[in-house]
Write a protein that binds this ligand. Structure first.
Ligand SMILES: O=C(O)COP(=O)(O)O
Ligand SMILES: [Mg+2]
Length: 222
């Protein structure tokens, strides 16, 4: 049976931080606060938009009483132009075509709000690849809680499983869900590859289908 493969979105399939940064910086400049650079924002990404805004506010010394308001404003900013500067990582479209042609069921488990994730996938013509999309606000729990990931796999059906992501949060989610994990090393990871639990690591999306096939013939991941 072909494995079901679930992907993280930001930092794994798409380089989306330029648009997240633009949304955050609109929020900041509207309050007279200085803009943040991409590296700083990358350090704040991974636990969903409310957490991103919380980290930005802590960094800027903004009163946390404004958190829900600034989260709403930042999401509105983001939703107005979610793919203006966002690009797919090299080889991603071909990789998704290859998995689809071989009959793998594919899903998305992201901490991005579900509506934003769906809008981004539509705009980049990626929606057709994914039978299930779960975002950071789809369930009461978000990654690194394993519930959203298990929810996606349950809907994709029986068979072997693999989760593909770029971050500490993704590695922990997979581990807690008991699912083998493929780490994309060129995303928004903050710590060294060796410190993240993973069954395989890759830097070129074109190599992933063969790597997953190999890993699934290895008794350690079966
Ligand atoms: O929204 C985030 O913080 C990160 O999104 P991701 O889970 O797709 O990497
Ligand atoms: Mg990610």
């Amino acid at each position: 049976m072909k494995p079901a493969i679930v992907f993280d979105l930001d930092g794994t399939l798409i380089d989306s931080v330029p648009d997240l940064a633009a949304a955050v910086n609109l929020t900041l400049t509207a309050r007279g606060l200085p803009e943040l650079d991409l590296t700083t924002i990358i350090g704040f990404v991974g636990n969903g938009l409310p957490k991103l805004v919380e980290r930005v506010m802590t960094h800027g010394g903004v009163d946390m009483g404004l958190h829900s308001k600034l989260t709403r404003i930042t999401l509105d900013n983001y939703m107005r132009a979610p793919t203006a500067r966002t690009v797919l990582y090299a080889g991603v479209r071909d990789m998704l075509e290859a998995f689809t042609t071989s009959g793998n069921a594919l899903g998305i488990c992201t901490n991005k709000p579900e509506a934003a994730a769906r809008q981004v996938l539509d705009a980049l013509d990626l929606s057709r690849f994914f039978a299930v999309v779960v975002g950071g606000d789809t369930l009461a729990q978000r990654k690194p809680d394993p519930a959203p990931l298990l929810h996606v796999f349950e809907q994709l059906g029986a068979g072997p499983r693999f989760y593909v992501g770029d971050s500490e949060v993704d590695a922990e989610t997979a581990q807690r869900a008991g699912v083998p994990f493929a780490l994309f090393t060129e995303g928004y990871r903050k710590s060294p590859v060796a410190s993240l639990p993973h069954q395989l690591a890759y830097a070129d999306s074109g190599t992933l289908p063969a790597l997953i096939a190999d890993a699934l013939t290895d008794p350690a991941t079966r």
